[in-house]
Each structure stands twice: as structure tokens, then as C-alpha cells.
Design a protein around this ligand. Structure first.
Ligand code: NAP
Length: 236
């Protein structure tokens, strides 16, 4: 297979933001490697699906290896897979802690390490991670220290990696959503969740996809945490 087309890896691609990203990158004629635990095979020859738990340290390197074997290159990694377990700090269980660390931090670390290794060989690449404004700003109505711990860690690593790789052609950015209408939230909760944003509404999947596609072409932008949160990060 010729390898002129750009290749993006999207984690958490079975539904929600990740599923929409697969379609959006295909519209830009990228080849896509889509991964999630329940991802189904695709009828599109330019989409490779790889099933796996991103919290397992073996999954990320396997996804990158399969991308290289099938399509020959990795241009972009979108770290989109994630878990969200809100709750009072002292009530968090060991299982919840382990799940959040595995999905959000292992799920960032191992696939990013393997992808950057591949990008470094080509001298170019882009890593963009989906975090949350709760990673930087607490919200009294949504106690969620495990989201802050894990997604805040990704925000910090985004800046750190942006600097480490700035002179080597690899950009590293993040998109920080407010609350977005995805399968993560049931429609009965939309009205209440809308009030948690200064703009008085929840975000749409297209808002996040648009931000990621902007960063994809923003060749002078690295280390950016792009807030797409209806004003949450600006204050209350
Ligand atoms: N929706 C929001 O309000 C919101 C707000 C802030 C940040 N975010 C972030 O945005 C990203 C996407 O969220 P979403 O709302 O689209 O979520 P979603 O609808 O719940 O989808 C989550 C995706 O992640 C995958 N995933 C979850 N755990 C996984 C694991 N252990 N291994 C592999 N894949 C896993 C799921 O696939 P499988 O179940 O098939 O594995 C699914 O494709 C997440 O990182 C989330 O934290 C969302």
C-alpha cells in the first residue's frame, strides 16, 4: 500500500467524540487507525480498527505497530479515550482510582510513547489529547478529584512534551472540553449540566472535533491547552 496519505490514530473511537473524529479525519482524506475496547471492523479500507483496553500497557504499542504495518506512517495521535468517575474525594474506592489511572494515564502514556517514537523517525507529528477544564479548575457542583489528577497530569505532560519535542518537528497540544453531549451523559441531565457553563449550554461533539481539526493545521501552535468549555476556564 502506498503511504502518501497522512495517518491518524484515534483512541476511544467506538462512540462519542472519538467516533466523530474518525469520520472527520476521513473527510480530510487521512487514513485512520481507530481503537477502543468495543471497536468493530470497518468496511472502509482506509480505516484500520484495533480492539484493546488502552489502560493495558501493551495496547498502545500494539496499535502503533499495527498502524505502521498497515499504513507505513503515523502523523497524528488523538488521545481521546477516557473515563470520568465523579464523586466525593473520601468515597473514591481503590477500583475507581485504579480505573481512572489506567484509562486516563496509562491510556495516554504508552500509546503516546510509541507514537512519538514513530514520529521522531519521520521528523514530524502531532499529538493532541482530550482533557477537561476540571483538570485545572475545581467546580463545587462536580467534585471529581480523579479527573483533576489524571487529566491535569495530561495537561502538564502536554506542555512538557511540547517543549521536549519543539525542535524536532513534533507538536503536542490538548483540547479541554466543558460538558459535551456524548453518550457519557444521559439527556435527562442536560438541563442541569447546561447551567455549569457561563454560556448556559452544553457543548456539542462538533465543537470538540472542530478544535482538534484547527490544532491539526495550526503549524505554529504547540503546548496549547485549547479550552472549548463555554467559558468555564474564564471564570464565573
Ligand atoms: N463528554 C464530556 O462531557 C467530556 C468532558 C470533558 C472531557 N471529555 C473527554 O473526552 C473524551 C471522549 O469522551 P466522550 O464523551 O466521547 O466519551 P464516551 O462517549 O464515554 O466514549 C469514550 C470512548 O473511550 C473509550 N474507552 C473508555 N475506556 C477505555 C479503555 N479502557 N480502553 C479503550 N478505550 C476506552 C470508549 O470505548 P470502549 O468502551 O469501546 O472501550 C469510547 O470509545 C474522554 O477522554 C473524556 O474524558 C468528555
Amino acid at each position: 500500500m502506498s503511504n502518501e496519505k497522512k495517518v491518524v490514530i484515534v483512541t476511544g473511537a467506538s462512540r462519542g467524540i472519538g467516533e466523530a473524529l474518525v469520520e472527520a479525519y476521513r473527510r480530510k482524506d487521512y487514513r485512520v487507525v481507530a481503537t477502543a475496547r468495543t471497536i468493530k471492523p470497518s468496511g472502509d479500507g482506509d480505516v484500520l480498527t484495533v480492539a484493546g483496553d488502552i489502560g493495558d500497557p501493551a495496547t498502545g504499542p500494539r496499535v502503533v505497530a499495527e498502524a505502521l504495518e498497515r499504513f507505513g506512517r503515523v502523523d497524528t495521535l488523538v488521545n481521546n479515550a477516557g473515563a470520568f468517575v465523579p464523586g466525593p474525594f473520601t468515597k473514591y474506592t481503590r477500583d475507581q482510582y485504579a480505573l481512572m489511572l489506567a484509562t486516563n494515564l496509562n491510556g495516554f502514556f504508552y500509546v503516546t510513547q510509541a507514537a512519538i517514537e514513530a514520529m521522531e523517525k519521520r521528523g514530524s507529528g502531532h499529538v493532541v489529547s482530550v482533557t477537561t477544564t476540571l483538570g485545572e479548575l475545581g467546580n463545587s457542583k462536580v467534585p471529581s478529584a480523579l479527573a483533576s489528577l489524571t487529566k491535569g497530569g495530561i495537561n502538564a505532560a502536554t506542555r512538557s512534551l511540547a517543549i521536549e519535542y519543539a525542535s524536532r518537528g513534533i507538536r503536542v497540544n490538548a483540547v479541554s472540553p466543558g460538558i459535551i453531549k456524548t453518550p457519557m451523559h444521559s439527556p435527562e441531565t442536560y438541563e442541569l449540566k447546561a447551567t455549569l457553563h457561563p454560556m448556559g449550554r452544553m457543548g456539542e461533539i462538533a465543537d470538540i472535533v472542530g478544535a482538534i481539526l484547527y490544532l491539526e493545521t495550526a503549524s505554529f501552535v504547540t503546548g496549547e491547552i485549547l479550552h472549548v468549555d463555554g467559558g468555564q476556564s474564564a471564570g464565573r
